[in-house]
Ligand binder design. Structure first.
Ligand code: ADP
Length: 541
C-alpha cells in the first residue's frame, strides 16, 4: 500500500522560494573583482536570479543544457547556482586552478554552451579559447563600466546580459531527478570525471548538512564559505544557508588572504566558516603577525584533507574557535562524515578527546559505509582493522557523466569505492589513513602517511609535511619525510626524528628526512604525491 502524502518534488528552486519568502532581509555580503564589499539581501539576490533565468531562457538555454562558471565565491556566482538549475539546465562549476588542458577537456566534455567567467580568470580562458570551439559566448562577471578588453568570442558583461530582463518568472515544475549541477573530479589519474548531481540529491544533502551533527547551520549564524563554490558545491553551504536563512559572507577572490578573512569576520560578525586546512594556516599566520582577533567566530569545519592537530589546537586555544573535522568527496556531494562528540565524550581528558576529534567523524544519515579487504570482504568496525572504504547513499554518484569506459569504482552491488583507506571504530568514527594509491606498505604492514604528516607539522619549525613510500630492499617500502620549514625555522633531521619518536609507533618513524622549498599541490590544494614520487623515485634510503 502506498502512503498518502503530497508528491512535492525536492528541488533547489524550493530552497530559493523558501528563502525568498521567509528570509528576504537576510544579507549576502561579497568581496568581488569590482567592489571591495558588495551587500544586498536574499530578496534582491533572488530578484536578480529571476532576471538571469529570463536572460538564459531568452538566449535559448534549454532543459538539460550545460552552462559553465569559472568564478570565485560571490553574489553573482550565487545567482548562477540558482538561475541555471531553476530553469532545468545544469550549472557546471569549473575549477579555474586546474591545468589549462584539463579546463578545456572538461568544458568540451560537458559541451558547455555559455561560460560565465570572473574577470580575474579571463587570462586562463584567453589562452585556451581556440580549443573551446563549442562555447558560443563568454559572459564576464562584471558591469559594462568595468568590462575588460578581451578577444573571447561574443564576450559581454553579466550586468549587460541580465539588465533588460524582467524579475518575474514562473519557475518550471521540475522532476526532482532533473540534473542541476556538474562538477569534475580533478583527475589525479586519467581524465577528470564528471559527477552529475540532481535536485533531489542536493536537497537531501542540504537537509542532512544543516542538521546539528552535520554542518549545524542556524538562522542566528553568519557563515563565510571559504571552501570554493567552484569545487563540490562549497560543501553545500550555498544551499544550506538559504534553507535556514543564514547571512552569507563571500570572500570572492580573497579566499587565501588572511587579512581579508579577518576583516570580514570582525566587520560582518561571522560566527561560522568552512575550508581546507591551508586556508586556516593563512589566517593563523596573519593573526599571529597582526595581533588581531576573530572575536565573533565560534566554529569552523575543516576537511578536504586531514586537519593537523596543530591547526585545531591553535584555533581553539588561542582564539576560542571550535573545530569540527569532516571528510567527503566530489562523488558524495560532498559530505560523508563530520566529527562531533557523542554524549559523555566532552568529559574525557584532553588527550582522549583529541584522539577522537582527529578522526574524520561519523557518517551523516544517508551515508552508508564499510571497509573491505583486498578480496572485498567486510572488515570489523573495531578501530584497528584498516581497509578500502566503500560508501552508498542517495547523494552519492551512481556513475560518471558520459564515461565511455566502465568505471572500476562502482561495484555491481551498488557500492562506490572511495579510494580512501581507513578504519571505523565501534562508535562509528571513521579514520582515514591514506589514499589507496598513497599507502606505504612496510614489511607487510600499513604505515599511515596522514598520521606521520600530522605529527610532523605539529613541530613548531615545520610549515608543511608530506610522506611517501620509497623502495627498500628489506621492508619493501619505507617512509620518506619531505618537509618545508617555517620562516626562521631551523629544526634539523635528528630533531624531527626525535620529535616523531614520541608521537608515532617506532617502526613508523621515517628512515630519512629531506627539506624542500615547496611541496607541489593539486588544483584543490591537496599534496601532489604523484609528483613527489616521480621526483624521489631514485631516492636510496
Ligand atoms: P579532488 O580534489 O581530487 O577533485 P575531492 O575534493 O573530491 O577530489 O577529494 C576527496 C578526497 O579528499 C577524499 O577521497 C580524501 O582522500 C580526501 N579528503 C577529504 N577530506 C579529508 C579529511 N578530512 N581527511 C583526509 N582526507 C580527506
Amino acid at each position: 500500500m502506498l502512503g498518502l502524502m503530497m508528491d512535492r518534488q525536492l528541488t533547489i528552486t524550493s530552497i530559493m522560494e523558501h528563502a525568498d519568502r521567509y528570509h528576504p532581509d537576510t544579507e549576502i555580503v561579497s568581496v568581488t573583482n569590482d567592489t571591495p564589499r558588495h551587500r544586498y539581501t536574499y530578496a534582491e539576490a533572488f530578484g536578480r536570479t529571476r532576471r538571469l533565468a529570463n536572460a538564459l531562457i531568452d538566449y535559448g538555454i534549454g532543459a538539460g543544457e550545460r552552462v559553465a562558471t569559472l568564478a570565485w565565491n560571490d553574489y553573482r556566482h550565487f545567482e548562477l547556482y540558482y538561475a541555471i538549475a531553476g530553469i532545468g539546465a545544469v550549472t557546471h562549476t569549473v575549477n579555474p586552478r586546474l591545468f589549462p588542458d584539463q579546463i578545456s577537456y572538461i568544458i568540451n566534455h560537458a559541451e558547455d554552451r555559455l561560460v560565465f567567467v570572473d574577470p580575474l580568470i579571463l587570462p586562463v580562458l584567453e589562452k585556451i579559447s581556440d580549443d573551446l570551439s563549442g562555447v558560443e559566448a563568454f559572459i564576464v562577471l562584471t558591469d559594462e563600466e568595468n568590462m575588460p578588453d578581451t578577444d573571447l568570442r561574443n564576450a559581454q558583461s553579466y550586468e549587460g546580459f541580465i539588465s533588460r530582463h524582467a524579475d518575474r518568472i514562473d519557475w518550471p515544475e521540475l522532476d526532482e531527478k532533473t540534473a542541476c549541477c556538474l562538477c569534475y573530479t580533478s583527475g589525479t589519474t586519467g581524465n577528470p570525471k564528471g559527477v552529475l548531481y540532481h535536485h533531489r540529491s542536493m536537497v537531501l544533502h542540504t537537509l542532512i548538512g544543516i542538521s546539528p551533527d552535520g554542518l549545524n547551520l542556524s538562522v542566528r549564524d553568519v557563515v563565510m564559505p571559504v571552501v570554493p563554490m567552484f569545487h563540490v558545491n562549497a560543501w553545500g553551504l550555498a544551499y544550506g544557508a538559504p534553507a535556514v536563512g543564514t547571512k552569507l559572507v563571500f570572500p570572492g577572490p580573497k579566499m587565501g588572504d588572511g587579512a581579508t578573512l579577518q576583516a570580514l569576520i570582525e566587520e560582518e560578525e561571522v560566527t561560522y566558516s568552512a575550508g581546507v586546512p591551508t586556508v586556516w594556516l593563512h589566517l593563523l599566520k596573519y593573526l599571529a603577525e597582526s595581533g588581531k582577533e576573530v572575536s565573533t567566530l565560534k566554529r569552523v569545519i575543516i576537511g578536504g584533507s586531514a586537519c593537523p592537530r596543530s591547526i585545531m589546537e591553535e584555533l581553539e586555544d588561542s582564539y576560542g574557535v571550535y573545530v569540527n573535522h569532516a571528510w567527503g568527496m566530489t562523488e558524495m556531494s560532498p559530505l560523508g562524515t563530520v566529527n562531533t562528540l557523542k554524549p559523555g565524550m566532552l568529559e574525557l581528558p584532553r588527550e582522549e578527546q583529541y584522539a577522537v576529534r582527529m578522526k574524520q567523524g561519523r557518517p551523516l544519515y544517508g551515508v552508508e559505509m564499510k571497509i573491505v579487504d583486498d578480496d572485498g570482504n567486510e572488515l570489523p568496525r573495531d578501530g584497528q582493522a584498516t581497509g578500502l572504504l566503500k560508501v552508498r547513499g542517495p547523494f552519492i554518484c551512481s556513475e560518471y557523466y558520459r564515461e565511455d569506459t566502465p568505471s572500476d569504482v562502482h561495484d555491481d552491488d551498488g557500492w562506490f569505492s572511495t579510494g580512501d583507506v581507513g578504519s571505523i571504530d565501534a562508535e562509528g568514527y571513521l579514520q582515514i589513513t591514506d589514499r589507496s594509491k598513497d599507502v606505504i606498505k612496510s614489511g607487510g604492514e600499513w604505515i599511515s602517511s596522514i598520521d606521520l604528516e600530522n605529527a610532523a607539522v605539529g613541530h613548531p619549525d615545520i610549515a608543511e609535511a608530506a610522506v611517501i613510500g620509497v623502495p627498500h630492499p628489506r621492508w619493501g617500502e619505507r617512509p620518506l619525510l619531505i618537509l618545508v620549514r617555517k620562516e626562521g625555522g631551523d629544526a634539523g633531521r635528528q630533531e624531527i626524528l626525535d620529535w616523531l619518536k614520541d608521537r608515532v609507533a617506532k617502526w613508523w618513524v621515517p628512515d630519512d628526512v629531506v627539506y624542500v622549498d615547496e611541496i607541489p599541490h593539486t588544483a584543490t590544494g591537496k599534496i601532489q604525491k604523484t609528483e613527489l614520487r616521480k621526483r624521489f623515485k631514485d631516492y636510496v634510503i
